[in-house]
Design a protein around this ligand. Structure first.
Ligand SMILES: C[S@@+](CC[C@H](N)C(=O)[O-])C[C@H]1O[C@@H](n2cnc3c(N)ncnc32)[C@H](O)[C@@H]1O
Length: 290
């Protein structure tokens, strides 16, 4: 990736009022998106991928598998906790309004979430005058079962693809790529992609998942190839392990990311030390861990 792990990270400081684009291009800003977004110049980015907290509203007690009574490793991270829907909505609304300012005129935005919050997110997008172009259903062919057996196993997440407002013309869309990835001859808006597992899934020192919601490279590959061009700037204000920047760079795009948790910032540094090659012809992603 031709970038040392140190060069990749810009630690946000209260003393910084504004960033110049060249200071943050192909970098991850270590800080709180609510503060950092205000410091990024207007009309700067071509595509946004926003994978926010889901606000899963999980019960406090540990969830057990009904048959073997072992614990389920769900999303119980502090970054996913909010006091109420009002607090969550305010957070999403603040991020989305500032993000809109940073987007170039023809830029598009993708948001992803589960049924817990995607409907709220859709409403907030429309209330902010974003114009919804499509939704894509990500079907996981290896979902986590509903261990209690009281609901359908949730095997999908929804992505919303939107532009800044309904008058925007000339946004990027590669219809051939969309046909290639969607279901059936017409390339309908359903992407079947397994959850991120195996070598691709980053682990901590104890061998546990480093991040509870690391997105598959294949998902970001499809987002980026269908709705951006080489040389574009792809922006992710809640980067987690930096899947967006990692794939963007490999596909000859630029990126800017923000992440507030130090353990994930370290994960991003580690990830960019590894070699990644996306073989577009064979649609395979090869990863050599040096
Ligand atoms: C759903 S995860 C993103 C996962 C990511 N797409 C990946 O593939 O690894 C959401 C991320 O947002 C981060 N986050 C939450 N609130 C934030 C904030 N105010 N500023 C910056 N990052 C934030 C969390 O730490 C978490 O890593």
């Amino acid at each position: 990736m031709n970038q040392s792990p140190k060069e990749l990270i810009v630690k946000d400081k209260n003393s910084v009022d504004k960033y110049q684009l060249n200071e943050i291009l192909n970098k991850t800003i270590f800080g709180d998106a609510l503060k950092v977004l205000k410091k990024i110049p207007s009309d700067s980015v071509d595509l946004v991928f926003l994978d926010p907290p889901y606000y899963l509203q999980l019960p406090q007690k540990q969830l057990k598998r009904w048959n073997v009574k072992t614990s389920v490793e769900g999303v119980d991270d502090n970054w996913d906790k909010f006091e109420s829907f009002e607090e969550y909505d305010y957070f999403i609304q603040s991020v989305l309004s500032e993000t809109k300012r940073i987007m170039k005129e023809k830029a598009a935005l993708w948001m992803i979430s589960t049924y817990h919050s995607i409907f709220r997110i859709g409403t907030i997008l429309q209330d902010l005058d974003y114009w919804l172009l499509s939704n894509v259903i990500w079907v996981k062919n290896n979902p986590m079962p509903n261990w209690l057996g009281v609901r359908f196993t949730n095997a999908t997440e929804t992505l919303i693809w939107a532009i800044k407002d309904k008058n925007v013309k000339g946004y990027t869309f590669d219809k051939n790529a969309a046909k290639k990835y969607g279901i059936g001859k017409v390339g309908a808006n359903v992407w079947a992609i397994p959850l991120c597992t195996g070598k691709e899934r980053m682990k901590d020192d104890e061998g546990k998942k480093l991040h509870s919601t690391q997105k598959p490279i294949e998902l970001l590959k499809r987002v980026i190839l269908t709705t951006s061009n080489e040389g574009d700037i792809i922006f992710d204000p809640m980067a987690g392990l930096g899947t967006t920047g990692y794939v963007a760079k490999t596909l000859k795009r630029n990126f800017i990311m923000i992440e507030k948790e130090e353990k994930y910032i370290k994960g991003i540094q580690q990830r960019f030390r590894d070699e990644l090659i996306i073989d577009l012809e064979n649609e395979k992603i090869k990863k050599d861990i040096s």
